[in-house]
Design a protein around this ligand. Sequence first.
Ligand code: DGL
Length: 263
Amino acid sequence: MKKMGPIGIFDSGVGGTSIWKEIHTLLPFEDTLYLADSKYAPYGNRTKEEIISLSIKNTEFLLSQGCKIIVVACNTATTNAIKVLRTNYSIPIIGIEPAIKPAALKSKTKSVGILATKGTLSSELFHKTSEAFTEGITVTEVIGEGLVPLIEKGELDSSEMRELLKKHTSSMIEANVDYLVLGCSHYPYIIPQLQKILPKNITIIDSGEAVAKQTQAILAENNLLVTKKRTPTLRFYTNAETNTLQFLLKEYAEKISIEKKEF
Ligand code: DGL
């Protein structure tokens, strides 16, 4: 495997760019190639079979571009398809799962909330993790219905978004959670809106930094880490409009390229 190949990252859409930001911050000399499969978003309400077949499509495309590692920057794709991907491909594959373990360990009220897609919450992998780490903890699971389509449109702070967030968090507040786990890579973009709604004692956690650290560790283990100072090539492909990617990545505009492409 070539050390200079890009880190391939995919998500059902624009949300995984929250993970890309963590990866690029930690590994600033690595080339990256990000796929936003926005044409087929949201994945959250799709069947397991559909999610597997879309994940295979994205992985094949990233492999055809010479990627040295794949980061599945989507909880829904990870929890439904990572087993199949790891069976089919020999390249290292990193996934993202809701940070339920740290939340359960840290919770003082013994009550945690998780906001994720239907696909993630109904998956076997999520159930296994949740069962393994939440003994004695009340877990309030809420499907973030409607959130991903709004974020895909770049609508982070509309009245519709604020109403949905109030609705989705009410049962968690009632259950006295002190940790809210964001189980979807789109959701870090709505942390400021959530903070306005939630009581101050609730800590929001996501898995972005953990995924970046895991990517670094696996690259190092496989002798694939680029540590020499260089200017990387940072490409973003979407199979829908480029507007939202441009908006969410505006602070990187000078150093990245965003292109519409069929994949
Ligand atoms: N961003 C994805 C996740 O982390 C999926 C959102 C969706 O397409 O439903 O779960």
